[in-house]
Write a protein that binds this ligand. Structure first.
Ligand SMILES: C[S@@+](CC[C@H](N)C(=O)[O-])C[C@H]1O[C@@H](n2cnc3c(N)ncnc32)[C@H](O)[C@@H]1O
Length: 244
């Protein structure tokens, strides 16, 4: 079902129409579980039957992204260690499952050139909007290191090459953690589980010069059942490392 996109700002109706055409959004609200709303200032995703959950949007300038940029631990963070951000080394990275771009933003903040690949049209549109708002802001230089490709990684990866390919596919949540954070609930309604994720490992290996890094929940099997050479653990996840 096409995600509807409605426009709350008369001044931005032509931009809304451009987004509908580019990503195949519909102009009718219909009975879709989620709706994109173009407000005066940003693009938001809302869950239609649970409006109290609030909205999802991409914000690289303020909020959690700003907090992590300033106080997140820099190159000491597990993701930086996994990707191989040693002193002076800024590997190029393809993020093959970009989502809301949080991990990609962390890597770009630390100096990596990051190519983001996202196949879900609503998520790609949110990312595009977040990147646009980052331009000309205090994180302009970081946004300049991020390039977005809309499409499935299995199609896009063969034409790309980078030192590291990073993957973070959605993983079916355990029964008990079904009451995941409100944001995840909206996101899961929209995107669902990435049931074809296993196929990504081989495509990622073909595109990477140095290594593939896969983020997994700590309780999850390795991607495609392939044992990594090593892992960097965090509180709830781990980064599995596959050297080339
Ligand atoms: C768990 S989220 C990634 C979160 C991301 N690491 C972040 O920091 O915001 C997974 C995302 O990958 C996307 N995705 C999954 N498989 C993909 C594929 N084969 N090609 C492109 N995007 C994919 C999903 O649509 C979803 O948005």
């Amino acid at each position: 079902m096409a995600v509807p996109l409605i426009c709350e700002s008369p001044a931005r109706e032509s931009q809304a129409e451009l987004l509908r055409q580019r990503y195949g959004f519909s102009a009718e609200l219909g009975e879709a579980p989620c709706v994109l709303v173009l407000t005066e200032t940003r693009l938001e995703l809302r869950k239609t039957d649970e409006p109290k959950l609030g909205a999802i949007f991409v914000d690289f300038v303020e909020g959690a992204a700003a907090h992590r940029r300033k106080f997140g631990g820099g190159r000491g963070q597990a993701i930086a260690k996994a990707v191989g951000l040693k002193k002076g080394a800024n590997p190029s990275v393809i993020d093959g499952t970009a989502g809301l771009g949080r991990d990609a933003f962390v890597l770009a903040t630390l100096g990596c050139m990051v190519t983001l690949v996202e196949r879900h049209p609503a998520v790609a549109a949110l990312l595009e909007d977040g990147l646009e708002r980052a331009r000309g802001s205090e994180v302009d230089d970081i946004a300049a290191r991020m390039t977005l490709h809309f499409g499935p990684s299995l199609d896009v990866l063969p034409s790309l090459r980078a030192d590291v390919v990073y993957l973070d596919p959605m993983y079916p949540h355990r029964e008990k953690s079904a009451l995941v954070k409100k944001e995840m609930r909206i996101f899961q309604t929209l995107v669902g589980a990435d049931l074809d994720a296993d196929a990504l490992l081989a495509a990622a290996r073909a595109a990477a010069r140095v290594k593939v890094v896969v983020k997994r929940p700590d309780y999850a099997e390795p991607l495609a059942g392939v044992k990594p050479a090593s892992s960097v653990p965090t509180k709830k996840n781990r980064f599995d490392i596959y050297p080339i």
